[in-house]
Design a protein around this ligand. Structure first.
Ligand code: SF4
Ligand code: SF4
Length: 75
């Protein structure tokens, strides 16, 4: 699946507790556990959405780029 334009994959840092359930599911290894937080290498993410349902606290999502930028996720 091609990356969706004007969309970014984001990890909600307030929700993620580092269970790592999502990490092994990513076919391109875009998710890395750092302590108790998953970090996404967003340019590597294909927006395939495989990992999103695996998160027990719904910390993973694809967001409209215009909404994500004011939240600072691309800073
Ligand atoms: S959406 Fe797909 S490519 Fe992106 S982090 Fe999740 S599993 Fe990996
Ligand atoms: S599945 Fe959710 S809570 Fe677990 S490491 Fe991934 S983003 Fe964090």
């Amino acid at each position: 699946m091609p990356r969706q334009s004007a969309t970014v994959f984001v990890v909600d840092e307030d929700r993620c507790f580092g269970c790592a359930a999502c990490v092994a599911l990513c076919p391109v290894n875009a998710l890395v556990l750092e302590g108790l937080l998953v970090i996404v290498d967003e340019p590597s993410c294909t927006h395939c959405e495989h990992c999103i349902p695996a998160c027990p606290v719904h910390a993973l999502s694809l967001e409209d780029e215009e909404k994500a930028i004011p939240l600072g996720v691309l800073a």
